[in-house]
Every structure is written in structure tokens, then in C-alpha cells.
Design a binder for this molecule. Structure first.
Ligand code: GLN
Length: 307
């Protein structure tokens, strides 16, 4: 059996021609500055074996991948009560779409699209300030990644906050249905900061490792969530982690995964480990083009597809 490093290298080498296909997200001005040729990948196994390729140590904006961490945090605080305010069905719509909200009384389809994540952020805020809420979420991420140096990229956070018209619309719309308790402004402040958490592929893969091991971090032995919740988080990622391209990701990769418009994707291989890839050029659904191709090649070689 080839080593993880050899398998990762050959998968990544096989997709180098895909780097630069697609477009870097530019609706958040700070993200438009990221060089389109970046490419990194990292694997960590539940026994602690690591593999890295390319820009695997360079921090990038995790964007919607933060929705996975926010959901984990909200479930830990509110348990199943969250499902009164957000669904758990694939949306079949773009990540920032507003169309379903009107017919569905301001209840977003799932927590991994923008509307659902705004509701999750509202739950995390409760009576707290945006700063305290984000500090707590960041410390969860640091604990999951076993790395206290992980931080928020303030330039990206400010850039998104200054241009968050679409998310403001979603939030106001949900507020009109009574599905937002805090002020729209506080929700947007917290949400834009959480999306601007910067992490490398190595840190991201490490942070999702608990989901490959029934909710317990296999290296620190800390229980992050119970087994049932870990299964549910993985199910949520499989069905909704790539928005309206979640079916395509399941078809091509077959792993629970979460993407972000920063070009990152984190994927969980149950009982094996976690993988993260980063390549900023996105396909039309807002998912990393070369990153998806790299995961597809890796899974084809390793047979990690859960099906
Ligand atoms: N911060 C981004 C937004 O709200 C996250 C979207 C994403 O990564 N798909 O638009």
C-alpha cells in the first residue's frame, strides 16, 4: 500500500492542469486579491499520520467552511432545538439564494447555506456581543485544530461586512418572519468575522478529524460531540455541504465535505481521517474547481468513497 504522502502527491500531480480553471470569488473584494495559482492539500489520519502537498501550510479564508464549526457549536449549546428554526434538507439553490425563504416562512433549508448559517449565528449570539461570540467560536476551532495561532483575517472580515448586502437582505427577510432574535447588524458582524477565519489545509484537515472518529478527537482523546451527532454532521455535509452542487460532489467524491468561496474544501473519511484542499478558482456553484478534482483523484486511488 503506497504511503498517504505518495497517494496525495500523485492525486495532486494529476490535476495540476485544472489549477486556474474557474474564477476567484470577487464579490468580497478582499478575496479577489488571492493569487489564482495557489494550490494546497493535506491529509491527517486518525492515527496521526500526515501528508501535505503544495501550499498546504498557507492560511486562506475558510468562508463557508466556518458553517460546519458554527453548527457544531450551536448543537452543543442548543441541542435539537435548533431544528425548530432551520431545516436539514438540501436546498438545490445557490448558497446565497433568497427564493425559498418566502414560501417556507423564513425557515432556511439547512445550516450550511447562508440563510441557515445566519440563523445559527443568531443562536450563538444570544445575549452576547458579536466579538464574544466569535471569540468563542474561534477557540472551538483552535481546540479542534489543536493550534492556538489560528486567527481571523480582519481585512477579509471588514471587506465582507462592507459589502454584505445579500446577507443583510437574507437576515432582514428572516427577521420579518420572526426567525432572527438579535439585530441584523450584530448577526452580520459575527457572521462576517466567522467566515474570515484563516486556516491552512493542514489546520483544516486536523480540525475535522473528530468527525472521522465518531466525534472524539483521536489524538487528544477529547470528546467534541457524541457519536450520533458526528454521524449527523457528516450526513449534513454530504447532503448540503456543496450547496446546489452537493449531488455532484457526492457523485464524484462520495465523502462528507464542506466548501467555501475562499477555495477550500474539507472532507471527512469516516474511520480513516480528514482531508483539506485549497485552490481559489471556483466553478459556477462557488466550489473550488481544482480542489474538487484533487479530491476526486485521491478518492479514486484510495477507494475512500463511503459508498
Ligand atoms: N462569506 C461568504 C458569504 O456569505 C460565504 C459563502 C461561501 O463560502 N459559500 O457570501
Amino acid at each position: 500500500m503506497p504511503s498517504l504522502q505518495t497517494q496525495l502527491e500523485s492525486a495532486c500531480h494529476s490535476v495540476q492542469h485544472e489549477i486556474g480553471v474557474g474564477k476567484v470569488a470577487n464579490y468580497i473584494p478582499a478575496l479577489a486579491q488571492v493569487p489564482p495559482g495557489k494550490f494546497g492539500a493535506a491529509i491527517i489520519s486518525i492515527s496521526g499520520e500526515k501528508a501535505s502537498f503544495g501550499d498546504a501550510q498557507e492560511a486562506f479564508s475558510i468562508q463557508s467552511i466556518s458553517k460546519l464549526f458554527a453548527l457544531t457549536a450551536a448543537l452543543n449549546v442548543h441541542n435539537n432545538n435548533i431544528w425548530d428554526r432551520v431545516g436539514r434538507e438540501p436546498s438545490g439553490n445557490a448558497f446565497n439564494s433568497i427564493v425559498q425563504l418566502e414560501k417556507e416562512n423564513g425557515i432556511p433549508r439547512n445550516p450550511l447555506i447562508n440563510a441557515g448559517a445566519l440563523v445559527v449565528t443568531d443562536m450563538l449570539l444570544g445575549e452576547q456581543t458579536a466579538t464574544d461570540t466569535v471569540t468563542q467560536l474561534l477557540s472551538l476551532v483552535q481546540r479542534l485544530a489543536d493550534n492556538e495561532s489560528i486567527a481571523i483575517d480582519k481585512t477579509v472580515a471588514e471587506s465582507e461586512r462592507n459589502t454584505a448586502h445579500r446577507n443583510a437582505s437574507l437576515a432582514h427577510f428572516m427577521k420579518s418572519f420572526g426567525n432572527l432574535e438579535c439585530t441584523v447588524s450584530d448577526v452580520l458582524d459575527a457572521y462576517c468575522q466567522q467566515c474570515a477565519i484563516a486556516m491552512s489545509c493542514e489546520q483544516l484537515a486536523r480540525s475535522a478529524l473528530f468527525l472521522a472518529n465518531n466525534g472524539t478527537d483521536p489524538l487528544t482523546r477529547q470528546c467534541i460531540v457524541d457519536e450520533e451527532r458526528a454521524r449527523r454532521l457528516n450526513a449534513m455535509m454530504m447532503l448540503c455541504g456543496h450547496y446546489d452542487a452537493s449531488g455532484d460532489f457526492a457523485h464524484r467524491v462520495g465523502l462528507p465535505g464542506k466548501s467555501g468561496v475562499g477555495g477550500g474544501i474539507v472532507a471527512v473519511v469516516p474511520d480513516v481521517g480528514a482531508v483539506a484542499v485549497w485552490s481559489p478558482c471556483l466553478n459556477e456553484n462557488g466550489n473550488s474547481h481544482a480542489g474538487t478534482a484533487a479530491l476526486e483523484a485521491l478518492v479514486r486511488a484510495t477507494k475512500w468513497n463511503v459508498f
